[in-house]
Design a protein around this ligand. Structure first.
Ligand code: FAD
Length: 461
């Protein structure tokens, strides 16, 4: 790619997709200039605001992203809300190409009566609350009940269950926010049921997250043996990762525990369990009182087998009393600018290998491109693919980079006129430094700043 001019590329969103796309572009093209625009004053998207606080090893990707941000041909502009502070049309005027990688900040709703009752939260907001996402700090979830029901059985559901039931001493050493830690210290939640439409062989979590639940100190599993009818017999035909996951579930649900494990379970004061073959039909309110008292679940049976098995209603329902409901049925991308094609049914930007359909010079990566599934490694590979598509287009001439573009000069002066002050990467490092120092005092890796105003104050003074 040495032969082509000096493409100016703008990336929207600084999560894994944004940074991995930037990384590949910078590595594979010697002249490309990459500017990353981020809505918040702080970078890294869900690595900071999604990944569970007790998974610090996952957050090590931040080191690689920091190297990318400090690359001489890369600049970071935080505190710039694309679609509001600057339009995609304006970015297209300033840059040869735009990569949209602004993630999936919306929420799939359960769509049942009672969903808006106090005591019902989305996992997206709950996770944002304990991870310090500024827009979720007012959530202050009510944890005064004993039983919580989580709707959904993916990794995010297990993260939430684990945080609700973890011993406080373990959480104290993480970067969970101080208000969340204080609320969890007062929490009376001691039983968490994790509900799914289908059966044990269709669970959407990975083995790491399940193992963490099984081994969570101070807890014991509470499963329904009948849910596992026929599962042992089907094991041998399962693909390997699914087989290992199912074996662990079977062992946890049905096998006689070792003496040591029996001792451990006897001492446990907190309970977690899967509830399979159940779909929510209504969130029930306490009579005469506007708050959640339970969930009405439809009982399902499976039609077909394997990953494609369908949950079909049996007509039976069952009420589960609880005081807290957290729906964890998926994130959803949102359109940010009316000029950008958007497939509202699939909630993604329609694309082929990251090239946005019918929009020359526009690309997408990450959850906005694929939908909200997969781990960071999945996002990395698909972001590298997008970067490759873009560079192929430069090479083939499909993306014209022959004329000079103003890049950040034009956008910076527009932002200045609009009173928006971008946060640079070295400004972010001031925030990072303060958070780390505040964390040291209490033995945490960092104590996050919780409002945009406070972040900007640190960044811009
Ligand atoms: P995001 O990380 O969401 O980044 C999008 C960025 O765009 C954000 O910084 C956002 O502020 C910014 N943005 C949004 N709108 C605008 C706008 N209008 N203008 C400018 N910027 C904007 N994966 C693992 O491998 N291990 C884990 O343990 C793990 N835990 C997870 C826990 C949770 C709760 C969730 C939800 C996901 C988890 N994942 C985990 C998956 C991982 O977080 C995703 O694969 C990855 O973050 C997707 O990257 P992305 O860049 O597409 O989106």
């Amino acid at each position: 790619f040495l032969s082509s001019g000096s493409p100016k590329v703008c990336i929207v969103g600084s999560g894994p997709a944004g940074f991995y796309t930037a990384q590949h572009l910078l590595k594979a093209h010697q002249n490309v200039q990459v500017d990353v625009y981020e809505r918040l004053p702080v970078p890294f998207g869900l690595v900071r605001f999604g990944v569970a606080p007790d998974h610090p090893e996952v957050k090590n990707v931040i080191n690689t992203f920091t190297q990318t941000a400090k690359h001489p041909r890369c600049s970071f502009y935080g505190n710039v809300n694309v679609g509001e502070d600057v339009s995609v049309d304006e970015l297209q005027e300033a840059y040869h190409a735009i990569v949209l990688s602004y993630g999936a900040e919306g929420n799939r709703s359960v769509g049942v009566p009672g969903e808006d009752l106090p005591g019902v939260y989305s996992a997206k907001d709950f996770v944002g609350w304990y991870n310090g996402l500024p827009s979720c700090q007012e959530l202050r979830p009510d944890l005064s009940c004993e039983t919580a029901v989580i709707l959904g059985q993916g990794n995010v559901a297990l993260d939430v269950a684990r945080i609700l039931l973890s011993p406080l001493d373990a959480l104290k050493k993480t970067d969970i926010t101080q208000p969340a830690l204080e609320a969890l210290a007062q929490s009376r939640v001691c039983r968490v049921l994790i509900v799914g439409r289908r059966g044990p062989m269709q669970v959407a979590s990975t083995i790491k997250e399940l193992r963490e639940m099984v081994n969570l100190p101070g807890t014991r599993p509470e499963m329904v043996a009948a849910d596992f009818d026929g599962v042992a017999e089907a094991l041998k035909d399962l693909p390997r990762p699914r087989k290992r996951l199912t074996e662990l579930m079977l062992k946890t649900a049905l096998e006689m525990p070792t003496e040591k494990e029996q001792e451990r379970r006897k001492k446990a004061s907190r309970i977690w369990g899967f509830r399979f073959f159940r779909s929510p039909v209504e969130i029930l309110a306490e009579p005469g009182c506007n708050r959640v008292a339970g969930v009405r679940l439809a009982v399902n049976k499976l039609e077909g087998s394997g990953e494609k098995a369908q949950a079909v209603l049996t007509g039976e329902v069952e009420d589960v009393p609880c005081g807290l409901v957290i729906s964890s049925i998926g994130y959803r991308s949102l359109p940010i600018d009316p000029t950008v094609p958007f497939d509202s049914r699939r909630a993604i930007v329609p694309n082929s290998m990251g090239r946005v359909h019918n929009a020359a010079g526009l690309y997408c990566s990450g959850w906005l491109k694929t939908g909200p599934t997969g781990v960071i490694a999945t996002t990395m590979n698909s972001s590298f693919d997008t970067a490759r598509s873009l560079l192929e287009d430069v090479e083939s001439g499909k993306l014209d980079v022959s004329s000079a573009k103003p890049g950040s000069h034009m956008i910076s002066s527009l932002l200045e006129k609009r009173g928006v002050k971008p946060v640079t990467f070295s400004d972010w490092e001031k925030i990072d430094d303060l958070e780390t120092r505040r964390g040291e005092v209490s033995g945490k890796p960092r104590e996050k700043i919780l409002t945009v105003a406070a972040m900007l104050k640190v960044a811009q003074t």
